[in-house]
Design a protein around this ligand. Structure first.
Ligand SMILES: [Zn+2]
Length: 231
């Protein structure tokens, strides 16, 4: 028997009885606090990372925590964002990248994607980072280049989120907050993008800044993202 099936047996016999009331309640409907968009990488577990329960997070996962920009065909990502914002009325959207991301490694070295045409096509939604990869990125020490690319991709994909019509409308109405996070596989810590410092900082420091800047958040995200991404 595989570990996965054994895991389910353990859930059914040991965990489910403890959470039975919650599970039953959720059968009547969900009201998640946040939409969490992250990479498919097996080393990152959104519920473990945020200590959340079933019903708390609406989750999108794919290679590279990518969100196609609006204007193209409907995708699973854009449809799920629309549903989360318009129907479920989530209050927060997180885009969470992570260090040592294989998708971002592939974006940096397209020659490594030989034989993976669908991955290469998917990564075209991060192609705006190409000028950074070939310019400033190429001049960075190799060990820092991928980590910085992960940060920039997280911001780019959050910008794609912001451009979705439903998100734009909710931001104007002050009903939504956007967050860019990077999870460090090395030590399990998270850094969050801070609009005031214009950089990734410890998540608790970013939150503190955010409380003061909340009123102007929609405008701040807009202008800071523009600065960051316009390389
Ligand atoms: Zn990844």
């Amino acid at each position: 028997m595989t570990r996965i099936i054994e895991g389910f047996m353990k859930f059914r016999d040991k965990v489910l009885p403890e959470k039975e009331a919650l599970i039953r309640k959720l059968a009547n409907g969900q009201s998640p606090q946040a939409l969490f968009i992250t990479c498919s990488d097996s080393r990152l577990n959104p519920n473990l990372l945020t200590q959340t329960e079933p019903g708390d997070l609406f989750i999108i996962r794919n290679a590279g925590n990518i969100v196609p920009p609006p204007g193209g065909q409907a995708s699973g990502e854009t449809a799920t964002i629309e549903y989360a914002v318009k129907h479920l009325k989530v209050k927060d959207i997180f885009v969470c990248g992570h260090t040592h991301c294989g998708a971002m490694g592939g974006l940096m070295k397209p020659e490594s994607l030989t034989g993976l045409p669908l991955v290469r096509g998917w990564l075209s939604h991060a192609e705006d980072l190409r000028s950074w990869i070939d310019g400033e990125g190429a001049r960075m020490p190799a060990d820092q280049r991928l980590a910085r690319l992960v940060e920039l991709n997280t911001l780019l994909q959050l910008e794609h989120v912001r451009q979705q019509p439903t998100v734009k409308a909710a931001l104007v109405e002050g009903k939504l907050r956007l967050h860019a996070w990077v999870y460090k596989l090395e030590d399990g810590t998270v850094q969050a993008f801070d609009q005031v410092q214009n950089s990734f900082v410890a998540v608790e420091d970013a939150t503190r800044q955010k409380l003061g800047a909340q009123v102007h958040e929609a405008a701040a995200v807009n202008s800071v993202m523009g600065q960051i991404i316009d390389y």
